[in-house]
Design a protein around this ligand. Sequence first.
Ligand code: DGT
Ligand code: CA
Ligand code: CA
Ligand code: ZN
Length: 583
Amino acid sequence: MTKDEVADALNEIGTLLELKGENTFRSNAYHNAARTIQQLPDDLKELIEQNKLGEIRGIGDALSLKITTLVTTGKLPYLEDLRASLPAGLVQMLRIQGLGPKKVKALYDTLQIDTIEKLKLACEAGEVAKLKGFGDKTQQKILAGIAHLDKIAGRVRIDLALGLGAALLEQVREFPGVIRSELCGSVRRRKETVADLDILVSSKDAQPIMDAFVKLPEVVEVLAQGPTKSSVLAAMHVHGEKVTMQADLRVVTDEQYPFALLYFTGSKEHNIRLRQRAIERELTLNEYALANEKKSVKCKDEAEIFKALGLEYIPPEMREDRGEIEAGEKKAIPVLIEERDIRGVFHNHTTYSDGAHTLEEMALMAKRLGLEYFGVGDHSQSLTIARGLPPGAVRKQWAEIDRLNKKLEGVQIIKGTEVDILEDGSLDYDDELLAGFDYVVASVHSVFGMTEEVMTARVCKALSHPALTMLGHATGRLLLRREGYKINLDEVLKTAAKYGKMIEINAQPTRLDLDWIHVKRAKELGIPIVINPDAHSTGELVLYKYGVQVARRGWLGKDDVFNTRSFAEVMKELKRRKQKVTA
Ligand code: DGT
Ligand code: CA
Ligand code: CA
Ligand code: ZN
């Protein structure tokens, strides 16, 4: 068993214990141990062989024994007994937003609800509202949570889908007889969530490729196997999270390949427009060819197909039928931003607030990634759960930054903050302190349950503050987990444009907010975009790459993104903005 699998098992034990009503101390011990194991630099097997598991903090004798059993036998009777002692539906119910183990247990104990379906019926009948500790509001929230689950059913975050997809593709590329191959579908378009993986291969002989594909180690179930198409269920751990997805593999001839690549990349809406254009030219476009009874247009790659349809090449991220066909016609497809264009980042956390690494460690990692500047954006004083900085700590941090900047070579730290937008739209530091930062990121972190009107007014008021440089994670959404707060983004964008403010693409793959549709709109309004990893550890700095993907989906070029500028240019612009404030 790998570390990830052991961590999964320990987390599951923790959750099952909570569902059984065990005290939180015991269940937390399992969750903490899971995290410890996952982050262990050493090999688990070796630790066990050397009898050193018990030396790790938080792993006592009982845990040590269970982990040893898991690693050496691949199973754990204790976990199996726990599972058998509770209905499986209870664990499923935990996926409902806002429903924790305590509430699930109460629902089971009082109303014998042990599936999501039963819970939905009970809510609709008004029975849940009557329970002690629930009430009307909670009942409504549960129903909304179930509706949200239905909507996201089976979708996976792009970072996880890409991880699994890339692992499969890498192996497929090594199969004998494979000529060209690619991940198509929503993954190739870098959509923020993905339903299934679409792998395309060209080869002279499909059969051996089909046979090898269904035997890949990640394959947990073969759903269908035909002469040129196979579907499997594949599973793997990506960044410590278990990902299970359907993956379809299709094999075509190398002549058909560009047409199949275009077709299976989608989107469906984009394909429909392309097919219409083919028809206007008395041709048929499908996954095999661009042809009619008399002729077949030879194309060696996608670019030649676009050309044959009178279009400039359209990058996959733009293929959503949002004006790209019209732009392609006018030869007005923008040169999209690339990862290597990013020269620094602004919104990041350190040990001063809720980050895992120090200022210096973060700055050095930024340098290792080839960045010229590292912008700090620790939390502000009101956000106590994230150890927000009181003014004294801010000044201490500034002094440390000055010291580090004298010492560090090849990277500069820029003084910033992620200041809370308070309930009334004011910022969480006074103007004097705010004026001491080089830049100010402002975000909403509390009181999410406002009406759209009130929330919009709150954020727009913040945008009118002279000290604000950029708006952080615009809706607070957590992909596939929590919908964003209600807010009129069009109004927010117009207000940002009016005051000349920047807006962040939060590159955390759990957020990717501002979403790409509004990113495109922001560009049309001339709003500068900033791509921020919102890193809470050195390992998260590189996440800016997912923000670049969103930027590309929103049609952004290098010049539309503020942090593609050099350190000198960035400081000049930040200074100019500050002078405007004091003038
Ligand atoms: P998803 O839901 O994240 O898997 O999104 P896609 O875009 O990967 O969708 P999928 O896997 O159903 O299909 C892959 C591509 O195949 C899709 O982007 C376009 C193409 N395709 C699928 N169904 C149709 C269709 O009915 N008409 C056309 N024109 N294209 C289709
Ligand atoms: Ca797909
Ligand atoms: Ca598919
Ligand atoms: Zn943050």
